[in-house]
Design a protein around this ligand. Sequence first.
Ligand code: PLP
Length: 394
Amino acid sequence: MSNTQELDKKYVLPTYARADVEFVSGENATLVDSNGKKYIDFTSGIGVVSVGHANKLVNEAICKQISNLTHTSNLYNIAPQAKAAQKIVDTSGYEMQCFFGNSGAEANEGAIKIARKYGEINGEVKRYKIITLQHSFHGRTITTVKATGQAEMHNYFGPFPDGFVYADTISDIEGLLDSHTTAVMIELVQGEGGVQPQDKKEVQALAKLLKSKNILLIVDEVQTGVYRTGKFLASQVYEIEPDIITLAKGLGGGVPIGVVMTSLKDVLSAGDHGSTFGGNFLSSTAACSVLDILNELKRNGELQNTIECFNEKLDIFFKENKKLFTKKVGIGLMCGLRTKDGDILNKIISNAKDEGVMVLKAGKNTLRFLPPLTITKEEIDEGFNSINRAVSSL
Ligand SMILES: *Cc1c(COP(=O)(O)O)cnc(C)c1O
């Protein structure tokens, strides 16, 4: 056992089943472990390091910022927070405002608070119910874990807040709406649940139905947001106008940040919600820098080239390994391959690590790929060479 593993075992609560590897440095989509071995990172720290490891532009921006100020609190004006909000709203094309927190779960908590207050002040009865989908993932706080439609995650920790109702599919939602429903919360591509994109027509019909009933549509874009699907938001891919959108993972390039953006600008008033750390100088400067980089990659076509290059390689890998995989799923650089069984999936992930490429699991039987959006063609080639070796013996 390494020194880190000894310390971890002794002093850190055992909530993670960590792989036996310790990374010590990285550059773009390449990681180096404590033995000097190199890996291609097809996980980007679960969709977080959107502009790659050790991104020079982000690092310069945050070093410059924190040599002046890191944090003053939301009692005072924060220039990079205001700028980050402007960039997020302008890039989205939606007429919205932002609230800044520190994580995906916290962003979803904010969304749920907005929906609950909206339901309380708009309607004849107090509306509080929020419908979510089976196999969804919305976070680990008491409320967001209850919002998550996975029964095995509700085994302990109760009692939970009331009012979460789970629909099997998008088309089942209509039958679950009642006079107490205030919102529906969905991921357009379920991430943790198994890289499952929703049907565009069904989502558009749902959005229209909810609008007609004055029920809010919350889209959890914690994983799909910030160009993961090729557009800034998956909501743009689906051509819908949600009332509330949440962002987190890829927005800060590794610095913790979460955002609720909404067209409901006057539901929350001063004192209704807040965060000590949210949108401080460090995290909002990181977000501004990440957005500048990705907006340019989108504008100059490089992001589209990377998406096509990665998906071509993944298509070939899928076609050559139909004995292991049944289906390719996903959008943009949020991709998955469904495996025939769950046991082989764990074997693929562990072989891949040994061969020098990091990949993820999603749901019970999906091999998930979330590479940095800045991954180079050479890194893509090298990663697929490694994963080919990883499955050759299976
Ligand atoms: C990761 C994730 C979350 C939770 O984000 P945290 O930052 O871990 O709280 C919520 N929703 C979705 C869709 C996610 O992928």
